[in-house]
Design a binder for this molecule. Structure first.
Ligand code: ADP
Length: 166
């Protein structure tokens, strides 16, 4: 039977416990999950693509080869086709996520009718966790311990030496 591969795309600037929860739970549905780092032109990144990939690799290991990390440019559906994936995996937190995610998933299906987007509801512990709020908090000196994995915490500390890690 054909391997069922899902692509979990995002800007991951940086990856948080919310993303990791979605990726790991995706393994309960798919044979493999490919975390695909893309550049969101609407957002200004703190981390380089290389830094993001390195952090994600550290955070998702070990996965018995079922989680891989890659970079994509251009249309997500072109990447999905290229690697032979059957699904896009996304997380949902609040009602405000829904509207944007629905537009994205409808557009992706219009562009490539063979791909479906699967949404997993966030865990309540990650309900208010976003890369944006993480960056806003540490840039003002606050602690985000418990909301991001340790490798991300250390990398943030390199960028914001004055931030608390309590
Ligand atoms: P993008 O810039 O494409 O939104 P993100 O890296 O911010 O990329 O998010 C990628 C995916 O992860 C999105 O589906 C987003 O809703 C989901 N996500 C982000 N944070 C969380 C969280 N705390 N819990 C569950 N899903 C999340």
């Amino acid at each position: 039977m054909r391997e069922r591969i899902a692509v979990c795309p995002g800007s991951f600037d940086p990856i948080t416990n919310g993303h990791i929860d979605i990726i790991r739970r995706g393994l309960g549905i798919f044979d493999r999950v490919v975390v695909a780092v893309g550049h969101n032109a609407l957002k200004q990144d703190l981390f380089t693509t290389e830094e993001k990939v390195e952090m994600i690799k550290e955070c998702v290991a070990p996965s018995n080869g079922r989680i891989s990390v890659d970079v994509f440019e251009g249309l997500l559906v072109d990447y999905v086709k290229k690697i032979g994936a059957c699904a896009i995996l996304r997380g949902l937190r609040v009602v405000s996520d829904f509207e944007w995610e629905m537009q994205l998933s409808l557009m992706n299906r219009k562009l490539y009718g063979e791909v479906d987007t699967y949404f997993l509801m966030t865990d309540f512990r990650n309900l208010f966790v976003s890369s944006t709020i993480i960056k806003a908090t540490v840039s003002a000196g606050g602690s985000v311990r418990g909301l991001v994995p340790d490798p991300v915490l250390y990398k943030l500390k390199e960028k914001f030496p004055f931030m608390s890690t309590d």
